[in-house]
Design a binder for this molecule. Sequence first.
Ligand SMILES: Nc1ncnc2c1ncn2[C@@H]1O[C@H](COP(=O)(O)OP(=O)(O)OP(=O)(O)O)[C@@H](O)[C@H]1O
Length: 908
Amino acid sequence: MPNSDSVKVAVRVRPFNQREKDAGSRCVISINSSTTSIHDPKNPSHVKSFTFDLAYWSHSGFLKDKDGKLVSSGPNSRYAGQRDIFHDLGEGILDNAWQGYNATLLAYGQTGSGKSYSMIGHGANRGIIPVICEELFKTIQNQDTNKQYQITFSMLEIYNEQVIDLLSKTKKYGGLKVREDQQQGFYVDGLKLVPCDSYAQIERLMEQGTKIRTNASTSMNTTSSRSHMVITIHFKQIFLKDEITKQSIINLVDLAGSERQKSSGSEGDRLKEGTRVNLSLTTLGNVISALAEAAMGKKVLHVPYRDSVLTKLLQSALGGNSRTIMIAAISPADICYDETLSTLRYAERTKKIKNQAVINSGTTAKLINDLKMENCNLLSRLSSLGNSGKTVVDETRSSEVGQSPSNVIILRGLGILDKHATFTYTDGKVTVSPWDKCKVIVNGVPIVVKTKLQHLDRLILGSNSAYLYIGPPINRTCEDLSRYDYDFIQSELAAAKGFSVDKLGAANRKDGKPDPSVLAAFHDYIKLMPLVAEANQMSIELKKDLKLELKVKNLASSDSRGYDLQKEIIIKVEHKVTNQVWIWSKPKFINRKFLMEELYRQFLNGEDVQVDKESDPFWDPVEAIHLGSAHIWLQSLAYCMKLEEQIELLNSEGMEEAILLINIIPCMQNGRSSSIFSVESCTIDFWTKCTILFTVEGCAELCSTEEGMAVISEGSYIIDNPKAGILIQGDLDTESHIAELYQKLLKLEQETELLRDINRSLTEENIHLKAKLKEYEAETHFCKYLTEVKCKILKSPSKLHVNKIISAASRDSRTVCSSRVSCDAEFAKALKSFYQKMNVIRGQFLKLQHYRAPDEDNIQLLRLFTERQSHLLKDFGEQLESSISKLKNDVALIVKKKREARLQQGIK
Ligand SMILES: Nc1ncnc2c1ncn2[C@@H]1O[C@H](COP(=O)(O)OP(=O)(O)OP(=O)(O)O)[C@@H](O)[C@H]1O
């Protein structure tokens, strides 16, 4: 009788990894019994809760025992260790298998969320798969002799819709084929099914399979988390006396990192979607959604099992003859909020799926004979599989390392040459020396000469193959090796290149906590770094002459309090021969990377890799590149005043790219006279090819009809023809206001005249200050000057006077900014931030100045007006104070750093 079971779902939250700890991440997950809640880091009162069959807290409350096993730290700890997971989930799978049910265990979650840890495990913390296998053999040993058992083990990887046999040393180009059989459904043709008679044998097979997986397909380290791994155990019981057989198929699936679904989109790329890497995961999502809807009584006409390799192989596990469990692995960190939320939603859909499990049994004597025959055949096919896979440096001589079989240690991987490096063991010490120009990096630093290795040194050979050096026993300590993971090695490499969370400005916030957007950018950088290294290596081997580099782009420079708002990692691509430069977004790069891998695989297979430009992932047509942005205030235009400004164009690193002369004259729709503007400010982005992109803030609806100018998105204008005039038409409900505005205009003209005077005197003061600035040592002088500005403001008799002081300070800061920018990027950054704050404050003051006092007779209104004015003034004063003190701090820090640097260099 079919047994209708829902898919069982368990969620597990892992501890913070080192990078999350270093970045001061906050935990956004809480677990209470079977309810898992996730707290929105941007809005802590915003909580979403999910109920699953099981929820495991593995985030805290643990310690390491003498064998390195993570165990609960005390009676109050809620920590769920590997044994707990096996107890709740693994034992159930084994019970099912003994009863003759098929069973499937899937691990789903973003990269690094703990899927492999739960499934395979790490060191002494063995995961659910090895423990299931061990327990299976233990139970078999204790069974009576009237039964016979047959166990076969297979291990495959699905990458880019290709099936790779992880137990086979011979690689089949294009992968193994998935075929359909009326009785057994979908199966992989030619997959090695290894008969096993002990747990030790399975352990060896798993070790070998894992080793092949890391370097399978394109020899790239970074592909393993984009592939799905499926271990299948066929378990048959033959009851000799009763002539009954029972069989069960246990599928254990470590899915690819789920976040890739989104980030590999080819949006904005002229080339098609570069990969079918995600096809299996996307289809799995579609299958799960369809089955969940069917389980809720909706009419589902088609479940798309046939759309991908993974869903074909898991057909019985999803909605079919299997008892299925999903572990949703999640990260606790605030930075992973979006991914974690999407994992929880995915898991919620999965738990709705209903399966129809049946016991697989048979009763004929013929079947027994068949099975015996098959058993003998399989045992005879059993091949001896490779050794332990550890790389050992011989004590007696030098060990050469490289791709060629003539080496003592044969290593394969992207960028590893035939003869790559030599390890030498003399007097109890191991040294490494790279061959010729081969890439060898030790602890984040590239080496060119013979280098002595210390226990636990990190090595990268070629573009991206990472190793941890374990020294001779005498040098070993009881240090925890698990911290030296792939992320650690990448973060170390980034730090050696001068890239860190601090460098990105994470500590800029007042509360001292890293900004989530900065953390996200850092996270992206670390993840993209190995991909960029691989792309560069492929470019070299395919002779594409491209150099790719990661860059940080500031999207919005700062908010009104000067905090950096958003940063984004972009990829600068330069053609080494033509010097053409392209800027690729992260999704575009990921898309291209997949296409590059496809081309590279063809290259490795000896196929023709000549492609025309249009379909070459290493090529793009020349395009406009963002040079930088400048921010200007358009307030004056609202009063029909001409705008004349001279501002710096700052690039994404806050460095001056050019000086911009702005001259904007208000005009009507027909190009004559003046018009009304409802805009407050605008950012002007400059691109190569004379393209200017305007992003206007604070306006209602804008449109443009001018030739040569196109509206590319709401509020954004692109002007391709530099000669074309700039016309911005505001909401023209103006007729009724004309008279009123005319009056205003008259008054404003007087004020404008006054402002021009101020401007003149400021220019003089500016020149004077420039001369003054040259006389003094810049840092000390600037601090002093800021104190002066502050004093002036505090003593100022009127609003106009304060405005004048701020304008002067703002201009001075710009002057200083331009003079320092070239010599000190950090100083320029601090000044840029200060300048922007000054501009904001200046804008607020302009506003303040134009508020008109109500009639003097109306005491009530007058009081309100005064209160509001003084409130605004106070707020303004506070902002000013904080800006000045921040700049002072920044400057003091920079001065300190410089002094330290000088001292180090011995320059007094
Ligand atoms: N429950 C846990 N307890 C302790 N450490 C854990 C736990 N879960 C994960 N980790 C650690 O977190 C890191 C990432 O885990 P893991 O490699 O299992 O992630 P993953 O989801 O399989 O990533 P990928 O998709 O890249 O394969 C590992 O160093 C692992 O040791």
